[in-house]
Design a protein around this ligand. Structure first.
Ligand SMILES: Nc1nc2c(ncn2[C@@H]2O[C@H](COP(=O)(O)OP(=O)(O)O)[C@@H](O)[C@H]2O)c(=O)[nH]1
Ligand SMILES: [Mg+2]
Length: 197
């Protein structure tokens, strides 16, 4: 995909604040600090369209970005942040689940995990939601540059076993080396182009 334009549109916590359902959307999810903002910036050839490396504030919002006037990226706030009190977690869960289950223009989710880490209950629960609502998703394992090629293969195997999935069912990614950028765009385009509104 050649990026001609990419801009922040708006933030939302509830459906009345979402943009109109007039364009296909791809949402990005992952636990805090996994590298979600860096991944989105890499896809869009931007350094800081989405702010990276910041501690999440109290207000967790769903952020909408418009790409080439034809597609929206939706940045879902990170989960699994330690020290978040249960009521805040519940509010987060409700906000995300509402988006996932009501958004008719949502074509798929990019679920970002750390290649060095075995997925935990947050990731499992999230995939359960996606399966339950019949939302296609792309599994990405990021920060690949932190491991050797051999370690990458090894981790991919361990993670696929822990999720009982095919070990080819992942896109290995790095925001640093841009590994996986083209395969990820291909997968995103497949979800959006094969499923017009
Ligand atoms: N080495 C390396 N560091 C990364 C990568 N992606 C993100 N990071 C770093 O991980 C930290 C969190 O990244 P960020 O994109 O803000 O994560 P987010 O909280 O999931 O949005 C930052 O310090 C990034 O520079 C990557 O692919 N490789
Ligand atoms: Mg972020």
């Amino acid at each position: 995909m050649i990026i001609k334009s990419a801009e922040f549109v708006k933030s939302a916590v509830k459906p009345s604040q979402y943009p109109e359902e007039d364009l296909p959307e791809i949402a990005f999810a992952g636990r805090s600090n996994v590298g979600k903002s860096s991944l989105i910036n890499t896809l869009l050839n931007r350094k800081q369209l989405v702010k990276t490396g910041s501690t999440p504030g109290k207000t967790q919002l769903i952020n909408f970005f418009l790409i080439n006037d034809m597609l929206r990226f939706v940045d879902i706030p990170g989960y699994g942040y330690a020290k978040v009190p249960a009521p805040v977690r519940k509010k987060w869960g409700d906000m995300i689940e509402t988006y996932l289950k009501t958004r008719r223009t949502l074509k798929g989710v990019v679920l970002i995990m750390d290649l060095r880490r075995i997925p935990g209950p947050e990731e499992i629960t999230f995939m359960d939601w996606l399966n339950y609502y019949n939302i296609p998703f792309i599994r990405v394992l990021t920060k690949a540059d932190k491991l050797s090629k051999a370690q990458q293969k090894q981790q991919q195997m361990i993670i696929s076993e822990s999720l009982s999935t095919d070990k080819e069912g992942f896109i290995v990614f790095s925001a640093k080396t841009k590994t996986g950028k083209n395969p990820l765009w291909d997968a995103i385009e497949k979800l959006t182009l094969n499923n017009p509104l």
